[in-house]
Design a protein around this ligand. Structure first.
Ligand SMILES: Nc1ncnc2c1ncn2[C@@H]1O[C@H](COP(=O)(O)OP(=O)(O)O)[C@@H](O)[C@H]1O
Ligand SMILES: [Mg+2]
Length: 215
């Protein structure tokens, strides 16, 4: 099967410090991955590189079998790879407006219907007219997931989506993650080991000393 994304020779340094030295990163279609590693091991940096938010040296890159360069970051990948920040930024306006924003930029049809579906999926329909900036951390994270899901990304990159949550808020966010691959997309979740328990059928990646281990 053709991989969704395959990178060889990924190197990233900050000043004198070599942070990442990854020989191969391969992401299959419709698959879920968890990315673990100690604080500061480079999880966020790697996700940001994949989404074009951070530059890196990459020897060879393929997307759906086609060779491409990440510099400049291709427009197609900008549409198909979506990064969700640990502390998602809410735009001013309502929850529904936040979720529909990307679709509106793309001038997609059936906007209201797609937004309604995404809100239902994320369990935030009852908040649709609330100002997004006034939501709790867990609610914001679910809105951010709905905002990403509605774009039908091929690859979603979730950066510690549950790190700042506990109790029911954490469980609600965790419960959404497995279903992200059901529509054929892939997802990489940077998280801590204890978060893995609730995630069925995931591939495990670990960053250690800049290298990527498949476990
Ligand atoms: N813009 C930057 N300039 C210099 N150092 C950075 C920058 N961004 C991240 N780092 C450093 O790179 C290391 C990895 O950071 P990060 O990718 O955030 O790790 P993780 O997400 O695994 O905790 C940390 O030591 C961090 O301080
Ligand atoms: Mg991080």
């Amino acid at each position: 099967m053709t991989a969704l994304l395959r990178l060889h020779g990924v190197q990233k340094s900050y000043g004198q410090r070599r942070l990442l030295e990854i020989e191969t990163l391969e992401i299959a279609e419709a698959s879920a991955y968890v990315l673990t590693g100690m604080n500061g091991s480079g999880k966020s940096t790697l996700l940001r590189i994949l989404s074009g938010l951070e530059a890196a040296s990459i020897r060879e890159a393929h997307y759906l079998g086609q060779q491409f360069s990440l510099a400049p970051y291709p427009q197609r990948l900008r549409q198909e790879i979506v990064y969700v920040h640990q502390h998602p930024v809410m735009f001013s306006g309502t929850v529904a407006q936040n979720i529909g924003y990307g679709l509106q930029l793309r001038r997609e049809r059936q906007l209201a219907h797609k937004v309604a579906q995404a809100m239902e999926w994320a369990g935030v329909s009852h908040l649709q007219r609330h100002a997004a900036r006034t939501l709790s951390g867990g609610e914001k994270q679910r809105v951010a997931l709905a905002r990403a899901k509605v774009l039908q990304a091929r690859l979603l990159l979730l950066d510690e989506p549950t790190a700042n949550l506990d109790g029911a808020a954490r469980e609600q966010v965790m419960a959404l993650i497995p279903s992200l691959t059901q529509s054929g997309g892939s997802v990489i979740v940077a998280c801590h080991d204890r978060d893995l328990i609730a995630l069925p059928q995931v591939h495990r990646l670990k960053l250690r000393d800049g290298r990527l281990e498949y476990r």
